[in-house]
Write a protein that binds this ligand. Structure first.
Ligand code: GRF
Length: 220
């Protein structure tokens, strides 16, 4: 791995999580470089955010390919061309195939706006998640960063943050409260990866302790 982890971010929409990653790289809080941002939606505002930050912004539209296979091949080629070491899904609204996931084993992360395994899976995205949370009557929700497998929202969990559901919440007020935590949690999880502190053990993620600078372990 290079000194700075090379991250590729896949987006479809607004890109507030992308922005949080950009800001964390800029402030030095995240020892990573966003090497490329790829959107399957040509009009996604996330592309503007990437351009404003001087990051290559590439459109790979699923509509331009007759098959999912062709679309994923183009995605893969773009990621490889930019020497991406970690793929971060940030509001990317296409489900990736088992073959795509296998091309980057243990190197794809996603953020989901609920406490998985609750309120996840196919069709659970955006406002639908928060509406389902409100309809269920649970007192708290949150967000989850996890490794991506071929099961939508089903991969090993890296980190979660909890957010209270408050009386009178609408999907919009709840989404805003969750988003605030997402913007903190995603850069923190990517930082753990960059520091090589995430170890996959079967379907679990073990977070290794931080190496204290100057320690015997570091000297080895
Ligand atoms: C976030 O809520 C994220 O958890 C989900 O999609 C949303 C993307 O929002 N996967 P943004 O485009 O990052 O603002």
């Amino acid at each position: 791995m290079a000194e700075f982890l090379r991250v590729g971010v896949l987006v479809s929409g607004t890109g507030s999580n992308l922005q949080a990653l950009i800001d964390a790289c800029r402030s030095g809080e995240l020892p990573a470089k966003i090497a490329v941002v790829i959107s399957n939606v040509p009009t996604a505002f996330a592309l503007e955010r990437a351009r404003a930050a001087g990051i290559p912004a590439v459109v790979v539209s699923h509509r331009a390919y007759p098959s999912a296979d062709g679309f994923e091949t183009a995605l893969r080629e773009t990621l490889v061309m930019h020497r991406v070491e970690l793929v971060c899904l940030a509001g990317f609204l296409r489900i990736l195939s088992a073959q795509f996931v296998a091309a980057f084993p243990g190197h794809i992360m996603n953020i989901h706006p609920a406490l998985l395994p609750a309120f996840g899976g196919k069709g659970m995205y955006g406002e639908r998640v928060h509406l389902a949370v409100l309809a269920s009557g649970v007192p708290s929700t949150g967000c989850t960063v996890h490794f991506v497998t071929e099961v939508p929202d089903g991969g090993p969990i890296i980190a979660q943050a909890t957010v209270p559901v408050q009386a009178g919440d609408t999907s919009a007020t709840l989404a805003a409260r969750v988003a605030k935590e997402e913007h903190r949690l995603y850069p923190a999880a990517v930082r753990l990866f960059a520091e090589r502190r995430l170890r996959l053990e079967g379907d679990r993620v073990k977070v290794l302790p931080a190496v204290v600078s100057g320690s015997a372990a570091e000297a080895r």
